[in-house]
Design a protein around this ligand. Structure first.
Ligand code: ARG
Length: 567
């Protein structure tokens, strides 16, 4: 309808640019003022007439055309405004038809294109903390969004599994560790050993040399060093995978930093060939002063590679292996500079594509202000514990409020985990997330449980209604009341919402949308009885409920959240 209105205005105002008409066209705040409004004030100067008069004349001129356009019901004037009213029945019918498609919201715009997403990427021998929970949840939603748009996506977990810290860990293990303790306590014990190393190294700085020597052994393929390192990686991965299992998330590749250890020499030589390397205090760097950035360190004084070197190797490897159109990196904003440097170095190697295809996607912190989260030890918060606590709190609520629920464990898991995910994705990713049990588990408000509850309500309506014929053609003229139309307008937006969220790498667009749909449905449901005698009206309202249910499920699925039929 919008395009048709623009065309109509253009026809009657030939001096105006289409883009300008589009900018002026408004969506009025109240339904009495139509679905689109065109204010005529700004025409007064050129046309030398009072704005209400201009509006009235335009309306006259357009009327015949308007009557011929099926999507527009009528055009009226209110003062200086032209108010366009849509043909509600026709809009309702069209929306119900498109939204009944099981793939509603999907598109093939990304067909034949590949997107690599580098996310989650926790550090071995360190706990999977709340920050990593954010990259995991955001990265997974981007994967779902891009897949929905037809892109081929490679989900890459760039584990922090290489670097000098492993030299320290090996020294600590050999001096103060035991196999049994590591086996029993896993990452917790590895973190204790790491802390112990730093305490001891304050008194005995030679420990640092020993640690460097062990990392050097790792880099040169020493069997013992690699054996211990591999063991630490396996232990850590096992714990990380427990968290992924709780979240229901998977990766295509666990190619961490260590994967690139035999690929960094090549990076150094390519950089040398391009005469980009210079030495600085015994280290080799790429000078980036011309681009207002500190130098990018490539090879350390002792000859070892660093985080950035491995990231450079990873870009080149992924380009060759997956021929990506875009490679996204989801990390905290403190890594902004690191990625700017890496992307610039890749570009300086003559890769023009680096400018548009490499994208850093930063996000804000998690603030736990005043929130009591039980911690394992030393105030370290594990993502796994947060998820388990959410599940157990929902389990308690179910026991209290709905003790006869079938499969309460499944519901507790889906609602508990869903609540944590939703809380993470509801605000723009760059904003800090505040973590408050009271808020995020609330069934009322802008939360995951609220949207899931609305979904379950749709399911329950459809389960309970008598005599709904799903296959009967819908008489859309039976549902032209305000609440129904507002709900259908929300439903109609879904494909545009998916596209917008993907374009801006912003899952919050979908999360907010899900709340809008849920609120519009609840209003529709308060104002419209479903079980009515008139079969046409009943069928049409059931159809509205059915497509709402479908859109809520699809929207939550794009966030990585499962629905339950009853809760
Ligand atoms: N392991 C890093 C961290 O925990 C994140 C890695 C992000 N990916 C990358 N290619 N650098 O901060």
């Amino acid at each position: 309808m919008k395009e048709q209105i623009i065309e109509l205005l253009k026809k009657n105002l030939p001096d105006m640019e289409v883009a300008e008409i589009e900018r002026v066209l408004e969506e009025p705040p109240k339904p009495e003022l139509g679905d689109y409004a065109f204010p005529c004030f700004f025409l007064a100067k050129t046309l030398r007439k009072a704005p209400p008069m201009i509006a009235a004349e335009l309306r006259e001129k357009m009327d015949v055309d308007v009557q011929a356009i099926e999507d527009i019901d009528r055009v009226e004037t209110a003062g200086a405004y032209l108010n366009f009213f849509m043909n509600k029945a026709r809009f309702a019918e069209r929306t119900l038809t498109v939204a009944s498609d099981p793939n509603y919201g999907a598109s093939d715009i990304g067909k034949g294109k590949t997107v690599c997403i580098d996310y989650s990427s926790p550090n071995v021998a360190k706990n999977f903390h709340v920050g990593h929970l954010r990259t995991t949840i955001i990265g997974n939603s981007l994967y779902l969004l891009y897949s929905k748009l037809g892109y081929h996506v490679e989900r890459i977990n760039h584990l922090g599994d290489w670097g000098t810290q492993f030299g320290k860990l090996i020294v600590a293990y050999k001096n103060w560790g035991s196999e049994q303790e590591v086996k029993d306590k896993g990452i917790e014990e590895l973190m204790r050993l790491y802390r112990k190393f730093h305490q001891e190294a304050e008194q005995a700085p030679e420990l640092e040399d020993e640690a460097r020597a062990w990392f050097h052994k790792m880099e040169t393929g020493d069997e013992e060093a690699l054996f211990i390192w591999r063991w630490f990686v396996d232990i850590s991965l096992e714990e990380f995978k427990r968290t992924y299992a709780l979240l229901g998330m998977e990766f295509d590749h666990y190619t961490g930093e260590s994967f690139y250890r035999d690929k960094t020499d090549e990076v150094t030589s390519i950089l040398r060939e391009h005469q980009l390397l210079s030495s600085s205090e015994g280290a080799e760097i790429v000078d980036l002063s011309e681009y207002d950035m500190p130098p990018c360190l490539i090879v350390k004084k002792d000859g070892s590679s660093i985080y950035a070197t491995r990231d450079l190797a990873a870009v080149l490897y992924r380009k060759k292996e997956y021929n990506f159109d875009r490679c996204l990196y989801v990390t905290g904003q403190e890594q902004r500079l690191h990625f700017r440097q890496v992307f610039k170095v890749i570009e300086l190697l003559g890769n023009e594509w680096a400018k548009d295809s490499l994208v850093h996607i930063p996000y804000g912190l998690v603030s736990l202000d005043g929130e009591k989260l039980s911690t394992r030890d030393g105030n370290v918060i594990y993502a796994e514990d947060i998820l388990l606590q959410a599940i157990s709190k929902i389990r308690e609520t179910i026991k209290e409020k709905n003790p006869n629920l079938a499969d309460p464990e499944d519901v507790a898991k889906k609602v508990g985990v869903g609540a944590v995910i939703f809380n993470d994705l509801y605000n723009q990713r760059i904003k800090d997330v505040s973590f408050k049990w009271e808020h995020l588990l609330n069934f009322d408000g802008e939360t995951g449980p609220y949207v899931q509850y609305t979904y379950a309500r749709c399911s329950s309506v459809l389960r309970k209604v008598e005599g709904y014929d799903e296959t009967a053609p819908v008489d859309a003229s039976a549902i032209t009341d305000g609440a129904s139309i507002e709900l259908l307008k929300e439903i109609f937006r879904f494909p545009a919402v998916v596209q917008d969220a993907a374009d801006r790498y912003e899952p919050s667009v979908v999360a907010r949308y899900a709340v809008d749909v849920a609120q519009a449905f609840n209003k529709f449901y308060t104002e419209n009885r479903i079980q009515v005698d008139d079969a046409n009206v009943k069928n049409a309202r059931c159809k509205v409920t059915e497509v709402t249910r479908g859109v809520l499920k699809s929207a939550l699925a794009l966030l990585g959240i499962d629905c339950v039929e009853e809760m």
